[in-house]
Ligand binder design. Structure first.
Ligand code: B12
Length: 359
C-alpha cells in the first residue's frame, strides 16, 4: 500500500482566521491524508522548521489578513534556503487573495491557490493528484534535521510495507544516555500542552540540552495509541544524541497500555482529565496500574479535588511508589508543572547515578 500523504497546515502570523482550515483539515483526514496542524498566528520560521522536522510533502496555508504575497513567498524561499525545496506550498484565503495575487504567488513558487466557492472534494483531489506520487529519490540532506526526518519517514514507510517490530530497537535504546519519557492519556487531557511546558523547563534548566518529541505519530491502524514504527524511530533518536526523548501517544482508551509490552520508556506519565465520570471508571483504566506518575491536569476545574482524592485512593490499591500531581498546564509557571518537572528530573538523576555506579 502506498504511504499516506502527510501535509502540514497553518495560518500566518497576525491571523486568527482558523475556521476554514479547521474544516479543510477534517476533510483531508477523512480522505486518508495525514495532517500536522500547526495552528494560527504562526511565523514563516515556525512553519518551515516544523514542515522539515515532520518531513511533509507540502504545506497548506490559509491566509485572510493580507500580506499573503510576501508570506507565501518567504515560506518558499526559506524552504529552498534550508535545502527542502521538495516540500511544496499551496493554500487559500477566501476573497482576500485575488486572482492577480494568485498569479504572482504562483510565479514565486506556490503550487496552487484556492478561491471562494471551491468544493472540499476539489481540494482533496488536488492533494492526492499533486502529492500522492511516490517521492523521487532524495539527494543527501543538507542539515541534520532534514536527514533525521528523512530517516524517520523511511522507518515509518518500511512498516507500511509489512516490516515487523524488532527487539534490536529496544536493546540499542537501553544502552544510550537518552532518557525516554512516555506520555499517555485520553484525548483532550492536555498532554501536548503539558509537554510544551515541560520542554520549556528542560531548556531553561540547560539551554544546550537536546529534546526530541515523537508526538502522536499516525498510528496507521495499529490499536493502543502508538505507531508500530515507534520503537525503531526511538532507537534512531537515541542514537542521534538527544538528552531526552518524549513520546506522546494519541488519545487512548481505558484498556490501553501503550508502553508496557515493549519496555521502551524509562518513565511513564498518565495525564488525566478530572472529568472521567464516576469513580468506578477508574477501576477500568489499566494505565493507573502501570504509570510511574499520574497527573490530574486542568486541576482548576471544579471536580479536580474530588478527582485527586478518588485517584489517590485508586493508586493506594497498587502499593507501588506511584506519584500523583495536580497541574494546570495551560497556565505558565504553574507550580504543579514545576513539581512534575522536579519528579522527572529527580528520577533522571537517580537513574544516571545508578548507571555511573554500574560502569
Ligand atoms: C469568519 C470570519 C471571521 C471570524 C473568524 C472565525 C475563525 N475562527 O476563523 C471572526 C469573526 C473572528 C473574524 C475576525 C476578524 N476578521 Co474576519 N472574516 C471572516 C469571513 C466572514 C469568512 C472567512 C471564512 O472563514 N470563510 C469560510 C471559508 C471556508 O471559505 P473561503 O474563505 O471562501 O475559502 C475558500 C478557499 O479560499 C479555500 N481555502 C481557504 N483557506 C485555505 C487553505 C488551504 C490549505 C486550502 C487548500 C484552501 C483554503 O477554502 C474555501 C473553499 O471554498 C471573511 C469574509 C469572507 N467572506 O472571506 C472575513 C475577513 C477575512 N475578516 C476580515 C477582518 C478585517 C477581520 C478582523 C480584523 C475584524 C476586526 N477588525 O476585528 C478580525 C481579525 C481576527 C483575527 N484574529 O485575525 C477581513 C479581512 C480583510 C483583509 N484581508 O484586508 C475579511 C475579508 C472581511 C472583510 N471583507 O473585510 N473574521
Amino acid at each position: 500500500m502506498a504511504a499516506p500523504i502527510r501535509i502540514l497546515t497553518a495560518v500566518p502570523i497576525c491571523d486568527g482566521h482558523d475556521s476554514a482550515i479547521n474544516t479543510i483539515n477534517l476533510e483531508f483526514i477523512r480522505h486518508g491524508i495525514e495532517v500536522v496542524y500547526l495552528g494560527y498566528h504562526r511565523s514563516v520560521g515556525d512553519i518551515v522548521r516544523a514542515a522539515i522536522q515532520e518531513d511533509v510533502r507540502a504545506i497548506g496555508i490559509s491566509s485572510y489578513n493580507g500580506g499573503h504575497i510576501e508570506f507565501f513567498a518567504e515560506v518558499v524561499a526559506l524552504l529552498h534556503k534550508k535545502g527542502a525545496a521538495d516540500i511544496k506550498v499551496f493554500g487559500g484565503g477566501g476573497g482576500t487573495i485575488t486572482h492577480d495575487d494568485a498569479a504572482t504567488m504562483r510565479r514565486k513558487g506556490v503550487d496552487e491557490i484556492f478561491f471562494a466557492g471551491t468544493s472540499l472534494e476539489e481540494m482533496v483531489r488536488f492533494v492526492h493528484q499533486r502529492y500522492g506520487k511516490p517521492r523521487p529519490k532524495r539527494s543527501r540532506a543538507k542539515t541534520s534535521d532534514i536527514e533525521l526526518a528523512h530517516k524517520l519517514t523511511e522507518i515509518e514507510e518500511s512498516y507500511g510495507k509489512g516490516k515487523r517490530s524488532t527487539s534490536n530497537a529496544q536493546r540499542s535504546t537501553s544502552k544510550s544516555k537518552t532518557r525516554v519519557i512516555g506520555f499517555t492519556g485520553p484525548g483532550g487531557a492536555g498532554k501536548t500542552t503539558l509537554i510544551d511546558e515541560l520542554v520549556l523547563r528542560f531548556l531553561n534548566k540547560d539551554p544546550k540540552s537536546r529534546v526530541a518529541i515523537l508526538r502522536s505519530m499516525a498510528t496507521r491502524g495499529q490499536a493502543g495509541g502508538l505507531s508500530p514504527a515507534t520503537q525503531d524511530c526511538l532507537a534512531l533518536l537515541a542514537r542521534s544524541d538527544f538528552d531526552y526523548v518524549i513520546i506522546e501517544t494519541v488519545g487512548t482508551g481505558q484498556e490501553a497500555m501503550p508502553f508496557q509490552k515493549n519496555g521502551i520508556v524509562d518513565q511513564t506519565v498518565l495525564v488525566m482529565n478530572p472529568d472521567y465520570g464516576s469513580r468506578l471508571q477508574l477501576q477500568k483504566i489499566v494505565m493507573l496500574d502501570l504509570a510511574d506518575i499520574v497527573v490530574v491536569n486542568k486541576s482548576d476545574l471544579q471536580r479536580a479535588k474530588t478527582a485527586h482524592t478518588e485517584i489517590e485512593q485508586r493508586l493506594e490499591q497498587n502499593r507501588r511508589a506511584q506519584r500523583l500531581v495536580d497541574t494546570v498546564a495551560k497556565r505558565h509557571r504553574d507550580s504543579g508543572v514545576d513539581k512534575l518537572f522536579g519528579l522527572i528530573s529527580a528520577s533522571d538523576k537517580s537513574k544516571r547515578g545508578k548507571e555511573r555506579k554500574k560502569s
